[in-house]
Design a protein around this ligand. Structure first.
Ligand SMILES: [Fe+2]
Length: 262
């Protein structure tokens, strides 16, 4: 249904591709950022025991890889009826995974396991380019993988081609802390590893700390609260220009530079 909705609305898609652990539909936002809609299942225990995820290298099933799958059939597959409006059946339940690029998967694994407690749940290759390694991490207790906790990295050669900031790129990734106490415990932990962590920054709707992964990716741990209903009623969220107290005296100047949202 998402494919039909997006294609008919002028956003070209590719897929859905059978990734084994999930099925993926791809498209781009207006800035060029690659977005994906992935199914929740079947999950990472498709080809490994649930209590031994990430322990061995997985060769993907050949029929799922570039050059062996039926691209014409995949391109033709879509919902048979026009989708006139988004329906409950299309509800997206959050982030399935975030995929980045690293120059060194082993270094990344050391970092994400030590710094954030993420665990390897899949070691495989890019199904669209079998020469490129692709590893998956998640919140994994040795039996279950928590939904919406996956981070994946492709490994590109370290040829000096580190990302430069620009539109269409993910600026940073924020992980959730349930409280300010929990956030401070994370800050202590990260500093105990020798990482350079910012002080707690007041973002009005949440509190944030920032640090960098070895490849330079900016990471954040943000508190859930106090949340966006701090200064607007739940029914009116996003309808008015909201500023933190320290910018209120520049409200007229800031508002004058804004164009109305369509
Ligand atoms: Fe953020």
């Amino acid at each position: 249904m998402w494919k039909r909705w997006l294609n008919d609305g002028g956003t070209p898609t590719t897929g859905p591709y059978d990734r084994g652990w999930f099925s993926s539909l791809y498209f781009r936002d207006p800035d060029g950022q690659i977005l994906e809609i992935a199914t929740a299942g079947p999950g990472y225990s498709l080809d490994e025991p649930p209590d031994a995820l990430g322990e061995r290298e997985i060769d993907p099933a050949v029929e799922r890889t570039h050059g062996h799958r039926d691209e014409a059939a995949i391109a033709a597959l879509t919902h048979p009826e026009p989708v006139d409006a988004m329906t409950d059946a299309m509800t997206l339940t959050g982030i399935h995974h975030i995929s980045g690029i690293t120059a060194d998967l082993e270094r990344a694994n050391e970092f994400y396991s030590a710094a954030l407690g993420l665990r390897l749940v899949k070691r495989t290759v890019n199904l669209d380019d079998g020469s490129m390694r692709h590893h998956f991490w998640a919140h994994y207790d040795g039996q279950n993988v928590a939904a919406r906790s996956s981070l994946t990295l492709f490994e590109w050669p370290d040829d000096g081609g580190q990302a430069q900031g620009g539109y269409g790129q993910t600026h940073h990734i924020a992980f959730r802390a349930s409280s300010e106490d929990e956030q401070l415990a994370w800050r202590d932990h990260l500093m105990s590893l020798g990482l350079d962590v910012t002080t707690v920054q007041d973002r009005k709707y949440f509190q944030s700390i920032y640090f960098q992964a070895p490849d330079g990716l900016l990471l954040e741990i943000a508190t859930d609260g106090p949340g966006f209903t701090l200064d607007e009623d739940p029914a009116d969220l996003g309808t008015d220009l909201q500023l933190p107290a320290w910018l209120e005296d520049r409200r007229d100047e800031i508002a004058a530079r804004l164009t109305p949202l369509r």
